[in-house]
Write a protein that binds this ligand. Structure first.
Ligand SMILES: Cc1cc2nc3c(=O)[nH]c(=O)nc-3n(C[C@H](O)[C@H](O)[C@H](O)COP(=O)(O)OP(=O)(O)OC[C@H]3O[C@@H](n4cnc5c(N)ncnc54)[C@H](O)[C@@H]3O)c2cc1C
Ligand code: FES
Length: 372
């Protein structure tokens, strides 16, 4: 079969066979993986849950992993990462994604507003090391905030589907009950599994108007003491056994920082597993922004303005491949032929020649030659 496909590919050269098949039906592909949206649910304001039927190449996901979705908006293809919320395994080959519409977000707003059954999107295989381990740990603490619910919800659903016999705590922070997706299912899991605890928090910060000092700190007025933001007391309350558990966290930077600080102080970093949806960068060093960036394979050069190599390439009119734009998926990897680059996640510099680097998290330090 593979030989036959290769033969047909040769005969249809210069265009891959999939380019012809997609004219017949977009999901009729031999190599490219795609998915058709079969169901769209806007059950919570500001987010949309999509059910997708992938083409036959789909091999499933492990709970916690992400896929990349590619959509064409105004003639340009954009790829973004989304973590399936459905449980891993099972005979149902569908994927369920919950997308939060980010303010001014290009792809999330597009999917929120325009996704309809029948729409076909590009799809990559599931990837990522943020995943439930095998064998399952006896005790698990799953913590999430906002749209970070998705990978840990897949973990919770997987453990529920497996009738996990150990203790599981799911601690989620949302702005309000109204914007929490999948609430009914969380309640159902809690009812069916007495060893699973679902703890939902709505810390709603408002300024204490009774204070005359305009710089007074933001305080939590709406919640009884102890049900606000994540801290050590909260951790002890919901999972007093946390030191024996494996903990999985996904959410906004403030939540991730709070959890990391406590686990570092307790020397439990090896039991903490984190996933981030947004990129936190080291502050830019103005002295790096000098010299020329030479995109040698394209014959294009540009003045180094200090931005990431991905952004500088795009500003120079090039279209390098990318996915997450935050150093996770490696789609943007290209070879640095010469010169020095700074990794914007760690702040470290490197100048070994002919090294693969990730364009989305690398900035040139002076003159650099990149092979794109
Ligand atoms: C591994 C991984 C898994 C992910 N899983 C999910 C998921 O299951 N559900 C989901 O809704 N999103 C998920 N995301 C985020 C998603 O990939 C996109 O970043 C998000 O949908 C915004 O894309 P956009 O095109 O709408 O925004 P862009 O046009 O790329 O960005 C517009 C603006 O929104 C800001 N922004 C982008 N993303 C966020 C964010 N998450 N929080 C706050 N501000 C943001 C940007 O800084 C920018 O200012 C995941 C990201 C990663 C890396
Ligand atoms: S685009 Fe994902 S690592 Fe760069």
């Amino acid at each position: 079969m593979v030989d036959l496909i290769n033969l047909v590919q040769t005969l249809t050269s210069p265009h891959p066979l999939d380019r012809y098949l997609e004219l017949v039906r977009p999901t009729l592909t031999v190599r490219d993986m795609r998915a058709e949206i079969t169901h769209v649910r806007r059950s919570a304001p500001g987010s949309v849950t999509l059910t997708l039927r992938p083409t036959r190449q789909w091999k499933g996901h492990a709970a916690g992993q992400y896929v990349q979705i590619g959509v064409v908006i105004d003639g340009v293809r954009h790829a973004r990462c989304y973590s399936p919320v459905n449980p891993e395994g099972g005979r149902d080959r569908h994927i369920q994604l919950t997308v939060k519409a980010q303010p001014d977000g290009l792809v999330s707003q597009y999917l929120y507003r325009h996704a309809t059954p029948g729409m076909v999107v590009d799809l990559t295989p599931a990837d990522g090391v943020f995943r439930l381990p095998e064998p399952r740990p006896q005790r698990l603490l799953l913590i999430s905030g906002g749209s970070g619910i998705t990978p840990v919800l897949s973990m919770l659903r997987t453990l529920a589907a497996e009738d996990h016999p150990g203790e599981v705590v799911f601690l989620h922070y949302a702005k309000s009950p109204a914007v929490l997706p999948h609430r009914d299912e969380l309640d159902a899991i809690a009812q069916r599994h007495p060893n699973f605890r679902i703890e939902l928090r709505y810390p709603h910060r408002v300024r204490d108007v009774t204070r005359v000092d305009p710089d007074a700190p933001w305080v939590d007025l709406n919640q009884p003491k102890g049900s606000g933001y994540f801290d050590y007391d909260e951790l002890e309350r919901v999972a007093p056994w946390f030191a024996d558990a494996q903990t999985y966290v996904c959410g906004p930077q403030s939540l991730m920082d709070a959890v990391r600080t406590i686990y570092q102080a307790e020397q439990l970093e090896d039991r903490l597993h984190t996933e981030e949806f947004t990129l936190s960068l080291v502050p830019a060093d103005a002295a790096d922004a000098q010299g020329t960036v030479d995109f040698s394979a394209s014959g294009v050069s540009a003045r180094n303005n200090g931005a990431t190599l991905l952004e500088q390439a795009e500003s120079a009119g090039l279209s390098p491949e990318y996915g997450c734009r935050m150093g996770i998926c490696f789609s943007c990897t290209a070879v640095r032929r010469s010169g020095c680059t700074r990794n914007l996640r760690t702040g470290e510099t490197d100048s070994d020649p002919d090294q693969p680097i990730q364009l989305c998290i690398s900035a040139p330090v002076g003159d650099v030659e990149i092979d794109i």
